[in-house]
Design a protein around this ligand. Sequence first.
Ligand SMILES: Nc1ncnc2c1ncn2[C@@H]1O[C@H](COP(=O)(O)OP(=O)(O)OP(=O)(O)O)[C@@H](O)[C@H]1O
Ligand SMILES: [Mg+2]
Length: 298
Amino acid sequence: MTAIVQTKGLEKRYGEVHAVRGVSFEIAAGSCIGLLGPNGAGKTTTMRMLLGLTRPSAGDVRVFGAPIAALGRGFRTRIGLVPQDDNLDPDLSVRQNLEVYGRYFGIPAGTLATRVPQLLAFMQLEERGAAKVMQLSGGMKRRLIIARSLIADPELIVLDEPTTGLDPQARVLIWRRLLDLKRQGKTLLLTTHYMDEAQRLCDRIIVIDGGRVLDEGTPRELIARHVAGHVFEIAKPVPADLLPEGLEREDIGDSLLVYTADPHALRDRLPAEIEYVHRVANLEDVFLRLTGRRLREA
Ligand SMILES: Nc1ncnc2c1ncn2[C@@H]1O[C@H](COP(=O)(O)OP(=O)(O)OP(=O)(O)O)[C@@H](O)[C@H]1O
Ligand SMILES: [Mg+2]
């Protein structure tokens, strides 16, 4: 495996706040990795350390096989960044936002003249090139920030919540484009609070909370490991002897969640008068199981 990113024991302290507490992972070239975690888990801080935007308090980061300090300024053109917050220039047009960014990265004017319209078309913004950023909808701004992240044709693209707050149509377009980028051989690192999105796009998932990695694997591995593959949501009260020993269960108030790898066996045990819903387990089940159902301060 060629690792595009390697982190080892990465930590970040902001005074009293220990935001990242020893995060280690690798990202294989050409893969899409999802960094998932509740608000305040340390996702953005981790990403910023990979980009050299925040200095780690401890631990190592290697990008493209070398420590960031050894890479020089030029390495920034090899990474595209979609930050969590919109930092477009509101006074410039859509096209100018891309051009200014391109010039900042030292891309020749001739290259920009062909790349800017290509990127606008890629993100379905070709009609909007002359519009001012402040005239764009939230979804258009997000698409423009993604287009901007691609201006230097980077090998690694880091996307911090690229689809938060967007309507389903805009999300689907962005998913298609991210899959296109993967097919072109790009490496993607993404955060999202939409578990369906992570399941659809990511080859591997890293779940973090409280600045630590809770688990890592393919979506399928994580589902099998933590929620057995199938979920039964059984209305309470559930008779004490109804469920076989050894099945993981979780009380969520009005009902009991029971996780099983053998849904037929469990269904056969449930009497007709018991109300339940059976469904295939998904990454959201894994996420809630690993990080809990308690509401976080954002
Ligand atoms: N510049 C900073 N100064 C002080 N504390 C910070 C700073 N940046 C982040 N933190 C704190 O570090 C912790 C992790 O924040 P971070 O932004 O990495 O979380 P996140 O996983 O990206 O959350 P979200 O899903 O809300 O974006 C939080 O407790 C946050 O308040
Ligand atoms: Mg964040």
